[in-house]
Design a protein around this ligand. Sequence first.
Ligand SMILES: *Cc1c(COP(=O)(O)O)cnc(C)c1O
Length: 232
Amino acid sequence: MTVSDNISKIKEKIACVCLKSKRDKDSITIVAVSKGRATDRIRESAQAGIVDIGENRVQEAMLKYNSSQLINHGSQLIRWHMIGHLQTNKAKDAVKIFDLIQSVDSLRLAMEIDKQAFRIGKIQDVLIEVKTSCEESKTGLKADDLIEVIKKIATLNNINIQGLMTMAPLSGDPEETRPNFKALRELKERINESRITNRQLQILSMGMSDDFQVAIEEGSNMVRLGRAIFEI
Ligand SMILES: *Cc1c(COP(=O)(O)O)cnc(C)c1O
């Protein structure tokens, strides 16, 4: 098995769910989560056509971003996604390399990203991370606070809110995560109906290696896959 074989299998599975759910398979973005993996693996993923790369630590991502291995293989084509918790003091580095920061979970962090993006003349695309499970350990904004916080973030000039992201609780049974995914889709619909953002939210980033099919059934258009792609 190679990374490329894994990606082919995943694409078949996605095509199958999309057929059942009457969705366009090309509307699903696969983010290859390469945290803790070597840059060689990222290159293999990019060569197999997956150029969206997810990392959860700024420092690790910067090293990979600057690695000659990737630069020599077209790293400029890679779209970098920040998917882990982002500390405010790392926002300055994060805006330099990430195309999409998926883990904005507070107004304070959004304001810092806005400030740092302004300094380098960038409009930073972000997703708002929402906590859809009641486990204390899960990161993200509480659904109850979401509308109020998004209203405020929407006023920041150097931030563009593209959508929502959630981490479902880890569970042996992917069906158990369905309510979390459904909740995120409904929140997105509510936000779009209330027109509190300048543009309609487009992205729903939900689903990982064990539950991406269920997530797609519930409306996900961005799945974040680590093990499914890189365990060979
Ligand atoms: C690690 C990670 C993933 C990928 O998890 P797998 O189970 O390996 O697919 C997705 N999203 C986030 C936020 C992660 O930290």
